[in-house]
Write a protein that binds this ligand. Structure first.
Ligand SMILES: NC(=O)c1ccc[n+]([C@@H]2O[C@H](COP(=O)([O-])OP(=O)(O)OC[C@H]3O[C@@H](n4cnc5c(N)ncnc54)[C@H](OP(=O)(O)O)[C@@H]3O)[C@@H](O)[C@H]2O)c1
Length: 359
């Protein structure tokens, strides 16, 4: 039979995964407090990142925390918030033991909270269901390590590896079930990375929609060396709902117009007639963008692969042939050439979804 400890830590993971996509750039953390084998409160990282899961659960439990056990999916924070760090709040609460799935890799906390709790005679058990924390918050650990956003490339492709017709005719390649799944992926994403070329061809909204209702406006980063993005394009209509970061060349006179609309403009040096994607990613991380879904064409995809900036590839393959003149999924390269590991496949009627790990 499953122990109560395992049951409660699993429950903490369940509530953490439900909030994934809402806590960026922070990880989504779940917390359960139990006493006499009964749950007395629960908490999950709030959508603005603060308060943390532990703070919410402790507040709900109040005085009942004394002598109770806490189950938390990530090491509690060591750095202070308004009410003191989560670690100090745990110490004040009278909690007697803490189960922690995973050590926080943020140097402000890493092992410091665990050591402080132990020094204060709290029993600390580390590591149960560690892999669940690592997979739910993969973006957090990877972006912290690389100081760049975790990057997923999504592509709908034909059976001959094309992403659009030669005349850029705007037509869906994947079926409605696949597209519904894309909205799921978007809902767990902090920002879309695209190009002005894809915006000009498709005029995308970059929203999450459920039953035709918009439930999230995604932040968008646009690679746009010459500022070709039309000021009246759909995604610029909702700037009060989302961040739009336009990446362009230095001293572009049109920058001001985008700033006036409410966009952030990131001006970068042109190198070999291109923007340096590695430098852009480092800047994006400093701007607190730690997770990207790429929705652009094969030219950007090729440049991202060349610069080793892709962590995952999500392919939706449809049983159609576009033909030799179609736009390739990756310019000057082939999918076969990319070193990748298949993680998951799902059939969406006649479409095949494949998820690959790259870096
Ligand atoms: N099937 C799908 O899942 C899917 C998804 C998205 C888009 N699409 C389709 O893809 C087609 C466009 O694909 P594409 O491969 O032709 O274009 P793309 O990759 O979307 O954009 C290429 C353009 O982006 C800019 N760019 C890329 N890397 C850059 C860098 N390092 N520095 C500066 N600029 C850079 C350049 O534009 P400039 O130099 O001109 O500024 C380049 O010409 C559209 O038809 C769209 O509908 C399909």
């Amino acid at each position: 039979m499953m122990s109560n400890h395992l049951k409660f830590i699993n429950l903490a993971h369940d509530i953490a995964s439900k909030n994934l996509g809402k806590t960026f750039p922070n990880p989504s953390v779940g917390c359960i407090i139990s006493k006499n084998n009964r749950i007395i409160s629960r908490g999950v990282t709030s959508s603005t990142g603060r308060p943390h899961a532990e703070e919410i659960a402790l507040k709900k439990a109040g005085k009942k925390s004394a002598g109770a056990t806490m189950y938390v999916t990530l090491e509690p924070c060591f750095h202070s918030s308004q009410n003191g760090s989560c670690t100090d709040q745990i110490l004040r609460s009278g909690i007697k033991e803490v189960y922690i799935s995973c050590i926080d890799q943020d140097p402000r906390t890493k092992n410091k909270s665990i050591n402080k709790l132990k020094r204060n005679k709290i029993k600390v058990i580390i590591g149960i269901q560690k892999d669940k924390t690592l997979s739910t918050n993969n973006f957090f650990f990877k972006s912290l390590l690389n100081k760049k956003p975790f990057t997923k490339v999504k592509m709908a492709i034909s059976s001959d590896d094309k992403i659009a017709w030669s005349n850029y005719q705007s037509k869906w390649i994947s079926n409605s079930k696949s597209r519904k799944y894309v909205h799921d992926l978007r809902s767990k994403t902090q920002a879309i990375l695209t190009t002005s070329k894809t915006i000009l061809k498709d005029n995308p909204r970059f929203t999450v929609r459920k039953n035709n209702k918009i439930i999230k406006y995604l932040n968008v980063v646009v690679i746009d060396k010459n500022l070709n993005t039309p000021l009246n394009t759909k995604l610029l209509k909702n700037l009060h709902e989302r961040r739009v970061i336009i990446v362009t060349s230095k001293n572009n006179p049109r920058s001001q117009k985008f700033k006036q609309l409410g966009c952030e403009v990131l001006e970068m040096k042109i190198e070999n007639n291109k923007l340096n994607l590695k430098k852009i990613f480092t800047h994006l991380y400093k701007l607190k963008i730690s997770d990207l879904l790429v929705e652009a064409g094969g030219i950007l995809f090729a440049d991202l692969i060349k610069n080793k900036l892709v962590n995952e590839i999500h392919l939706f393959r449809a049983p159609i042939i576009i033909g030799e003149k179609g736009i390739p999924v990756i310019e000057g390269n082939t999918l076969k050439n990319i070193k990748k590991k298949l993680i998951e496949t799902i059939k969406f009627e006649d479409n095949l979804y494949s998820k690959y790990k790259v870096n």
